[in-house]
Design a protein around this ligand. Structure first.
Ligand code: N01
Length: 537
């Protein structure tokens, strides 16, 4: 028995769950209320919410249409919750998750404000030993990590950061107290999803906005509006059908995806179709609603970006600024959408700084020096993103069989089976771990948690102590994921999707790009085989 397992004050439970966001809450509900396990859950936040607890920056909202950005496990919940907006604000989503926590009495299974320090598998007892920063030690047969795809913040170290006399905020660690930006000189570093939302929201109210842009991104409008009551009504009337279609689509975003290849029509037809989806709004809609090959065909991709480029140049008054805002790379990052983004650059109070030409040299007492110019600022917003996909798991020390740590196993890249398990780490499950599907998240969370619950039930019912994927199952899954990704344009562009945003991180594929429906088929095959072929017990 390992040292950790001999402590007398160890608290035994059936399952430990890490995370109190969309995925963690549903895991607790499923394992505790459906399977009847004793569950202890943790989150380092002071309450539930996950992503929506932390990301309180101005303008934060879902850019996924809310009819598909919610839970589906209980139709009564779907029916009773009244969303107000097509793309709900952070506060509305957080209120929803609080409602879910209350409705299913989930908080009683959580210990908040608690950091997990280590997860160690003891081979003699076949149990996981979980240490917290409060000095506690738990032992559990099952472990579920629902720690978030985009949770571990990327906070670059800029020289002289400590000298700046104003305030600095990362978008994903925004204070709970209101931050008054009205009339202030604000600098925003980063122009991804978070940056563009902040920029659009604060441009009208700040005294001066300076945007430090390293790489421009293709942005389409979201066409935000109140939620369509007829759409919600039609979903309620065919609830199971809608949910089934969501899971058996490519992206799980809940809109009809095109089955037409852009290459099968002429350029005029392509343009017309892209103009139309642009006017309807929505990032994933722009990528998947007009044609099915924007992410795989250079021809389709070029037509898509031609239309966005035309709109940028039409919208932005100053042609020099417009030129800086037009990306030079493919449309193959996580697609963005936001209203009033390019319009923000028409304000006399907005300055765009290209930090590729004029790199950020240092933070000074008064602001930021980029190139030869010092920009005086009261507040700096770091919209610099996340050490995505594997980042949060690797921030917790984890040790599986034979003393192998996750940190060692994933040194060159993150290896998993289905994005839910990794060989050598028995009974350890991940929700949306690396090599999961590249889709809208909440429907995947539920589908994966259902699969995890079935795997756990199978383990318990069969009397086995553990379940883990075979090395071959993992190797085959990795090969399949890589082959699929290689058929897309995504590996050709640097972004968090392939780890290129974090200095020193392996730049590899981190996703299954074959679509949600195919992913469901793989999960169902494991159920049909009663967790046989791909697993060791
Ligand atoms: O992060 P990002 P994000 N110096 O990595 C720049 C989800 N999300 O938080 O591209 C200067 O996309 C970096 O520049 P570059 C969504 O899935 C969803 O915005 O690396 N700049 C980039 O511009 C999204 O895709 C929602 O050259 C630096 C920016 O910071 C994902 O989260 C809202 C820098 C980071 O962009 C991540 O989005 C928000 C440096 N040292 C987020 N380091 C919604 O649903 C980084 N940058 C609405």
């Amino acid at each position: 028995m390992s040292n950790v397992a001999t402590r007398p004050d160890v608290i035994e439970v059936d399952a430990v769950v890490i995370g109190g966001g969309f995925a963690g809450l549903y895991t607790v509900h499923t394992l505790r209320d459906d399977l009847g396990l004793t569950v202890q859950a943790f989150d380092n936040a002071s309450d539930v919410g996950g992503t929506w607890y932390w990301n309180r920056y101005p303008g934060a909202r879902s850019d996924t249409e809310v009819n598909a950005y919610c839970y589906f496990f209980d139709q009564e919940l779907y029916n009773e919750w009244k969303w107000t907006e097509r793309y709900p604000r952070q506060s509305e989503i957080l209120a929803y998750l609080n409602h879910v926590a209350d409705r299913y009495d989930l908080r009683k299974s959580y210990q908040f404000s608690t950091q997990i320090e280590s997860l160690i598998f003891d081979e003699e007892t076949d149990r996981w030993f979980v240490s917290t920063d409060k000095g506690q030690l738990y032992s559990a047969q099952f472990l579920v990590e629902a720690v978030g795809l985009l949770s571990a913040t990327n906070v670059p170290e800029f020289p002289g950061q400590e000298n700046f006399r104003g305030e600095i905020y990362h978008t994903a660690r925004w204070p709970h107290e209101p931050v008054d930006l009205a009339g202030k000189r604000v600098g925003v570093i980063g122009t991804g999803s978070s940056g563009i939302q902040v920029i659009s929201e604060i441009a009208p109210i700040v005294g001066h906005l300076t945007v430090f842009q390293r790489t421009p991104q293709w942005v389409v409008p979201s066409r935000h509006r109140p939620i369509d009551p007829d759409l919600i009504e039609s979903i309620r009337n065919d609830y199971e059908g809608y949910h089934h279609d969501l899971l058996y689509s490519t992206t799980a975003f809940g809109f009809p995806e095109s089955a037409v290849s852009a290459e099968s029509v002429d350029e005029a037809a392509r343009r017309e179709a892209f103009e139309k989806v642009y006017d309807d709004g929505g990032g994933f809609q722009y990528m998947f609603k007009a044609f099915n090959d924007v992410g795989t065909s250079l021809v389709a991709n070029k037509s898509a970006t031609d239309v966005i480029e035309k709109r940028i140049r039409e919208t932005v008054n100053d042609p020099i600024v417009a030129e800086l805002l037009v990306p030079t790379d493919l449309y193959a990052k996580r697609p963005l959408c936001c209203d009033d983004y390019y319009e923000a650059y028409n304000r006399a109070t907005t300055t765009l700084v290209d930090v590729k030409q004029n790199p950020i040299v240092e933070f000074t007492e008064k602001g930021i020096r980029a190139g030869d110019t010092e920009y005086e600022l009261d507040v700096i917003v770091l919209a610099t993103g996340f050490d995505a996909v594997s980042g949060n798991q690797l921030r917790i020390f984890q040790q599986g069989r034979n003393g192998l740590t996750l940190q060692d196993k994933w040194r060159d890249r993150a290896y998993t089976y289905l994005g839910t398990m990794t060989a050598g780490f028995p009974n350890m499950y991940m929700v949306y771990g690396p090599m999961g599907p590249f889709t809208n998240q909440p429907p995947v969370h539920e589908a994966q948690v259902d699969w995890i619950a079935d795997a756990i039930k199978h383990t318990v019912d069969s009397g086995a102590a553990t379940l883990e994927p075979t090395q071959k199952a993992e190797d085959d899954w990795m090969e399949l994921c890589d082959a699929g990704a290689a058929m897309t344009l995504f590996p050709r562009v640097n972004s968090w999707i392939n780890g290129a945003n974090i200095p020193g991180k392996p730049v590899v594929n981190y996703f299954f790009m074959g679509g949600m429906a195919a992913y469901m088929d793989f999960m169902n095959a494991d159920r049909d085989s009663e967790f046989g072929e791909h697993f060791l017990t």
